[in-house]
Design a binder for this molecule. Structure first.
Ligand SMILES: Nc1nc2c(c(=O)[nH]1)N[C@H]1C(S)=C(S)[C@@H](COP(=O)(O)OP(=O)(O)OC[C@H]3O[C@@H](n4cnc5c(=O)[nH]c(N)nc54)[C@H](O)[C@@H]3O)O[C@H]1N2
Ligand SMILES: Nc1nc2c(c(=O)[nH]1)N[C@H]1C(S)=C(S)[C@@H](COP(=O)(O)OP(=O)(O)OC[C@H]3O[C@@H](n4cnc5c(=O)[nH]c(N)nc54)[C@H](O)[C@@H]3O)O[C@H]1N2
Ligand code: SF4
Ligand SMILES: [Mo]
Length: 742
């Protein structure tokens, strides 16, 4: 029988349908789901072999595990696991304070529903600090967006006249619905243009009208030159800016002074090409822009995010079709409070900025490997593989070993799970209700609560159930808390709403709300969808914050709209539209409806750029390594079975033909790749797509299932190499050298 679900390999989460075999387990066929409201039948090559995530050789775990003295693991029962973990978290809290319990993760590319219950566990044990992968990619951009627009933005590539990609290769990495089709549509339409800023001639650059093949790590110069041309050649949208933006004078004063030719030379991009791009952008009715890891995991990333936003704001590309927008959300992700300058929360040991509630990933080890009294003592890891995905894996392993307690919730025995004291096995995303919170579409935003496709094996427990049991074992919630809510839920939704609001009057209960909902409203939901209980609150919030969009999407008005939206989500196994916005909705999501162009500390840094020494190559490290490139067969560390890859099975190091000749190596040869932090043997692939001096390794390799496949990029990266504002890593800019191996 064909069953609807979604691909879990990138943030797009395309709808799929799975033909489950007679054994009730095997994925006999997978196809795109035409009924999915965002992907409408589209998938890329990666989805079609998802069966290998479900049934492949992945190191799946199906019993709770406890580490023994000798370092091996033993299977234990769930009651033992929960009571021991709760007791040990309690001991850490009593001895050092709950704020020394650190939470990492909460969802990969397709699963955020379980993580939505984690705040209750954190509250139950007094934990305060947390982080996730977002704090090594997007937090710099969040911080900038909070200051300029009060909100994060996305862009409408489907309808834009000009698409601009900065350090982003959507042909492989996607990031918006039906990416490959949309890119091809832009490429073949003579009235539309595509601009790509990337040192590599990527599949996306290949389709572009303008490829600015920037010198790695110099995007700040290039984008500042581009923004300066807009100002110096009077290409800015002056009337629009007067009506919508503050701070223009301060920004133009700085950009007028920029020596465009000099900056283009630093970036090694032809000045006439930069001027032509500025002209094309200024002439377009709409421009959609996507900046991603090529700049966000690189030098000056936060400043680049700022100047990138200046480019589209100076040309009036916000709040109209084909341009940037602020999406509605069911569960907000990545919103920063926007504290000015040095205000706002900091991490307890390193004093690093906490953005959107997340401690920068690159300081986590530093927060542990110290004798500082506020150091983290315990870590709860959920659906993440930090021992593999964070900078400097060796140091991360050391940090995990130094903790009093490490608990990992995962589906597989990952690189991180192997270092844990307890490993708690969860059902896969095809064995339970699951959802992603990466819902950023506009004007019609979508949400997809996926129903289980196959049964879960005995011995695993879903994340909501794990969190509920941990909270109960802590003593924070008991049957006495549930009883009145259960009675109300049995009577009706309106009665439940009233009783629940009453319970939330107690601030302690408010923080435990997800588990309260799960245990009381949960069992009353259709399809056994208890895990969706937390979405009830989210649906009401969404209806309250976006009344017009929710009404236009067909859910009516007032309290009833929230209830109808929730019911549609629970029943809509193919995904549903949650809001249908007017363009104006973006403006309503910007505080006071005005954009702020002048972020003083960032603008000052842009103004000071000319006084900085021009970046130069260190002779000992003649190459810049991009450690972790998205390719046709990479998917973070979600796909553990190496046979999933049809091509590039060993994850080759890409190098320019010129450099390969100089080194005397050719495709298939082995080289030693060395960075300041580590060294690895790797097979090279020579290509015309790379600039001389630039080399790249794919992401997601170096996993060990039976044996290790390929190079784990973070054995080569260093935690200190990070952005001064947001603490995000420079994974795309690792100084390196190569030696041929006979
Ligand atoms: N196939 C596949 N798709 C994925 C994923 C996956 O693992 N595999 N992961 C998903 C995730 S978690 C994310 S965050 C996204 C990331 O998606 P992307 O950011 O698109 O992915 P990357 O390939 O890491 O980096 C993008 C580009 O940055 C370029 N780059 C390197 N150095 C520089 C530089 O100095 N300047 C500029 N301008 N560009 C540079 C690289 O050449 C590369 O083409 O992809 C998502 N999609
Ligand atoms: N050097 C370098 N490092 C990088 C990057 C890079 O480009 N270069 N990219 C970075 C980026 S952008 C990202 S997003 C991160 C990603 O790195 P992480 O945040 O660590 O996430 P994933 O690799 O996606 O791992 C997800 C984990 O969730 C588990 N999992 C899957 N389904 C479930 C489930 O239903 N429940 C539970 N509990 N677990 C489940 C998987 O087994 C896996 O262990 O890597 C980052 N690291
Ligand atoms: S990898 Fe991403 S774009 Fe490809 S099918 Fe899966 S969700 Fe869709
Ligand atoms: Mo990511």
């Amino acid at each position: 029988m064909w069953k609807p679900s979604a691909c879990i390999l990138c943030e797009c989460n395309c709808g799929i349908e799975v033909l489950v075999g007679d054994d009730g387990r095997s994925f006999d066929k997978i196809r795109g789901d035409k009924l999915h409201p965002a992907s409408a039948g589209y998938t890329c090559n990666k989805a079609l072999r998802l069966g290998l995530h479900q049934n492949g050789d992945t190191g799946r775990i199906t019993h709770p595990l406890r580490r023994k003295q000798d370092g091996t693991f033993e299977e234990i029962g769930w009651d033992t696991a929960i009571s021991e973990i709760a007791a040990r978290l309690g001991e850490v809290r009593d001895a050092f304070g709950g704020e020394t319990i650190f939470y990492y993760g909460g969802g990969g590319q397709g699963n955020h529903l379980g993580g939505a219950y984690s705040p209750a566990t954190l509250a139950a044990f007094g934990a305060r600090y947390r982080s996730s992968a977002l704090a090594q990619e997007k937090t710099g951009e969040f911080w900038v967006s909070a200051r300029m627009l009060g909100n994060m933005t996305r862009a409408d590539f489907e309808h834009c006249e000009v698409a601009l990609f900065v350090g982003k290769n959507p042909y492989q990495s996607h990031g918006f619905p039906r990416a490959r089709s949309v890119l091809k549509e832009i490429a073949k339409d003579p009235a539309r243009s595509m601009v790509v800023i990337d040192p590599v001639r990527t599949e996306t650059a290949e389709l572009a009208d303008f490829h600015l093949q920037v010198r790695p790590g110099t995007d700040l110069y290039l984008l500042t030159a581009l923004a300066a041309v807009l100002v110096q050649e009077d290409l800015v949208a002056a009337d629009w800016l007067a009506a919508h933006a503050d701070g223009l004078d301060a920004v133009t004063a700085v950009l007028r002074q920029v020596p465009v030719a000099e900056y283009c030379a630093v970036a090694d991009v032809d000045e006439t090409l930069v001027r032509a791009v500025a002209t094309r952008i200024a002439a377009a009715d709409s421009v959609a822009v996507f900046e991603d890891l090529g700049v966000q995991m690189n030098r000056d990333s936060t400043l680049v995010s700022y100047v990138e936003k200046l480019v589209w704001l100076l040309t009036g590309n916000f709040g109209k079709r084909g341009a940037q927008y602020v999406p509605s959300s069911l569960v907000p992700i990545g919103r920063d409070r926007g504290h000015a300058g040095d205000e706002g929360p900091r991490s307890p040991v390193a004093g690093a900025r906490i953005i959107s509630g997340l401690v920068p990933c690159n300081v986590i080890a530093e927060e542990i490997l110290t004798d500082h009294p506020a150091r983290y003592r315990a870590m709860l890891v959920e659906s993440a593989n930090p021992a593999h995905s964070l900078a400097d894996s060796a140091r991360m392993r050391e940090a995990l070993a130094a903790l009093e307690l490490v608990v990992v919730i995962d589906v597989a025995m990952t690189e991180t799970a192997r270092l844990a004291d307890y490993v708690l096995p969860a059902p896969t995303q095809f064995e339970k209700f699951e959802a992603t919170f990466f819902n950023f579409d506009f004007p019609r935003n979508v949400f997809h609560l996926r129903h289980p496709v196959v049964a879960a094996p005995d011995g695993v427990l879903s994340e909501p159930e794990i969190h509920a049991r941990l909270v109960e074992a802590s003593g924070a919630l008991t049957e006495a808390d549930y009883a009145p809510l259960r009675t109300a839920a049995a009577t009706g939704r309106a009665e439940f709403a009233q009783a629940f609001l009453g319970a939330l009057a107690d601030p302690v209960k408010r923080r435990l709300a997800p588990v309260l909902l799960y245990r009381t409203l949960g069992p009353t939901l259709p399809h056994d969808a208890s895990a969706a209980a937390v979405l009830w609150m989210a649906a009401h919030e969404c209806a309250r914050k976006n009344p017009a969009g929710v009404e236009k999407a067909g859910y009516g008005t007032g309290l009833a709209a929230g209830e109808r939206l929730f019911e549609a989500i629970v029943d809509g196994a193919h995904g549903v539209h949650i809001t249908d916005d007017e363009q104006d909705a973006s403006w309503q999501r910007v505080p006071r409806g005005r954009i702020n162009l002048d972020v003083p500390e960032l603008l000052a840094a842009v103004a000071a750029l000319g006084a900085r020494p021009v970046p130069s190559q260190d002779e000992d490290w003649p190459f810049v390594l991009s450690a972790g490139e998205r390719r046709a067969f990479t998917a973070n560390t979600i796909m553990r079975d190496p046979t999933w890859r049809r091509r590039d099975q060993e994850g080759r190091l890409r190098i320019s033909v010129t450099d390969a000749l100089k080194l005397g190596v050719t495709t298939g040869d082995q080289v030693r790749l060395t960075t300041r932090r580590g060294s690895a043997e790797v097979t090279v692939d020579t290509t015309e797509t790379m600039r001389s001096g630039h080399i790249s390794l794919p992401n997601g390799f170096g996993l060990t299932v039976r044996e290790r496949t390929g190079v784990a990029p973070n054995e080569l990266t260093a935690a200190e190499d990070r952005d001064e504002w947001a603490g995000t890593p420079w994974h795309k800019h690792v100084p390196a050298r190569l030696e041929p191996l006979g």
